[in-house]
Design a protein around this ligand. Structure first.
Ligand code: C5P
Length: 222
């Protein structure tokens, strides 16, 4: 093995990808954002006009879709069938539809199989909702990041303003709550803290403080 498997899970906008990228950089590990894979399938389904209730067609679409990543300044660029979708998968319509797609069992089965392959040699920081519970149940390091919904809405608001998007704060808060509800209540591998995960509340911590805490957990296992 080239290093540990580090699983980082938690609700929407808890800061998973920001800290996961920095932790990966610090240890020279690969970073894999599994949410990007669910987003990629959602984007393609929306583009092809497939109804989000049509689980069978979306399952087929998932089988037939190649999703790939290339590293980029500590982050990653995302491609569907060789077309870049790094920005497109962050659009609001994708964000608000992705939980429905992620609840389809056959979609989860396919994507989590691919995630297991990506992570098999270790040396990876993988973030998502079910990494510590379902995708990498034997990960050496499991982190569950949480933050108050108010704080998470504010973080999303600031990110949006930088991108020129101006959705009201209370609307963002409702969207985040709706997505967390759907992600935590689906039948297959819902968002939940693994028994052996370390919970970190990031509400009043800086990014660097969260990164240091996770780095300590990793260093204790090395
Ligand atoms: O992490 P991000 O917010 O980009 O994830 C988008 C959505 O993808 C989540 O709201 C959830 O519905 C789904 N997801 C999932 N399992 C994962 C990662 C993401 O169901 N491991």
């Amino acid at each position: 093995k080239n290093g540990l498997q580090v699983a980082i899970d938690g609700p929407a906008s808890a800061g998973k990808s920001t800290v996961a990228k920095l932790v990966a950089k610090q240890f020279g590990y690969i970073y894999c954002d599994t949410g990007a894979m669910y987003r990629a399938i959602t984007l393609k389904a929306l583009k092809e006009g497939i109804s989000l209730d049509d689980a069978a067609t979306i399952a087929q679409l998932t089988q037939a879709t190649q999703i790939s990543f290339t590293p980029d300044e500590g982050g990653q660029r995302v491609f569907i069938d060789d077309k870049e979708v790094t920005e497109a998968i962050r659009q609001e319509d994708v964000t608000n539809s992705v939980s429905a797609v992620a609840a389809i069992p056959a979609v989860r089965a396919e994507l989590s199989d691919r995630q297991k392959v990506i992570a098999k040699d270790g040396g990876i920081v993988m973030d998502g909702r079910d990494i510590g519970t379902a995708v990498l149940p034997n990960a050496e390091v499991k982190i569950f990041l949480v933050a108050s919904v108010k704080e998470r809405a504010q973080r999303r608001y600031k990110e949006n303003i930088q991108k020129g998007i101006n959705t009201p704060l209370d609307e963002l808060q409702l969207e985040i709550e709706a997505r967390d509800y759907k992600d935590s209540h689906r039948k297959v591998s819902p968002l939940t803290k693994a028994k052996d995960a370390e919970e970190i509340d990031t509400t009043s911590l800086s990014i660097q403080e969260v990164v240091s805490k996770i780095a300590n957990v990793i260093n204790n296992k090395l």
